[in-house]
Design a protein around this ligand. Structure first.
Ligand code: APR
Length: 232
């Protein structure tokens, strides 16, 4: 088992992907049973699809809201939130849009790909939280459809969130990557910053990823089980 112990570090970055929420029952995107195996992102998760058929895109996101709402944070989410409480210098940089880290009590969460629980009207320049399942009403008072505040394929990431993540990765003494296939850029590139700044690096995943060679400690297993080991 790894010699890494969270208690030995002060400024931890947890860099999480869909595998972090898999044990809660939320499907990942790739691999067996992945969302993109069943749905083409060109039809459900890009601006072009939304412009073409906003009702269809909302039906898809309402399904995702219902799935996430019916799930609970898993012990892995709880450990990450607990470590953050003990070590205030801890930040969570997540690609997940499910809000599970926050539901487990985490506070400082940089959501690189936005959130399932926020909507925006670009015409009115309004961004607001919305937890209705299904989303209702789907239209803003200006008559346009509310848009899920999610970074879809072909979208730019929010530069403020990226800057926050970069700063944390430059200053951290431990980077823990959890449950990401490391194939979606520019998010997948961010962990390099921690390596370049001399942080200790851990990758937790069921299997190897294209970026596994980047990490000093490659721990194979379920996120909640491996996190419990490192939290002893
Ligand atoms: N514990 C640890 N790792 C796990 C677990 C688990 N219980 N279950 C699955 N994994 C790993 C898989 O082996 C895989 O490497 O989690 C990873 C999930 O990969 P993806 O489904 O590709 O999810 P992610 O890397 O978060 O996707 C990145 O792609 O679709 C876009 O915007 C979307 O944020 C998403 C981005």
């Amino acid at each position: 088992m790894s010699s890494i112990r969270f208690s030995d570090f002060e400024r931890i970055v947890f860099f999480t992907g869909a595998g972090m929420s898999a044990e809660s029952g939320i499907p990942t995107y790739r691999g067996r049973g992945g969302i993109w195996a069943e749905y083409k992102y060109e039809d459900y998760a890009c601006q072009r699809a939304f412009d073409r058929d906003p009702e269809k895109v909302w039906d898809f996101h309402d399904k995702r809201r219902a799935v996430v709402r019916a799930c609970e944070p898993n012990p892995g989410h709880d450990i990450v939130a607990e470590v953050q409480k003990k070590k205030p210098g801890t930040i969570i940089v997540t690609q997940n849009i499910d809000g599970m880290h926050q539901r487990a009590g985490a506070t400082d969460v940089a959501e690189l790909h936005g959130s399932l629980w926020r909507v925006r009207c670009d015409a009115e320049e309004i961004v607001r939280e919305d937890t209705s399942v299904p989303m209702n009403p789907r239209k803003c008072s200006c008559g346009r459809y509310w848009r899920p505040d999610i970074v879809w394929f072909e979208d730019q990431l929010d530069h403020r969130v990226v800057r926050r993540a970069r700063e944390a990765l430059e200053q951290c003494d431990l980077l823990v990557s959890i449950g990401t296939s490391a194939v979606v850029y520019p998010a997948a590139d961010l962990p390099r910053i921690a390596v370049q700044h001399g942080a200790e690096t851990v990758e937790i995943n069921l299997e190897d990823t294209p970026l596994s060679p980047l990490y000093k400690h490659r721990l194979r297993g379920k996120a909640s089980e491996v996190l419990a080991e490192l939290n002893r």
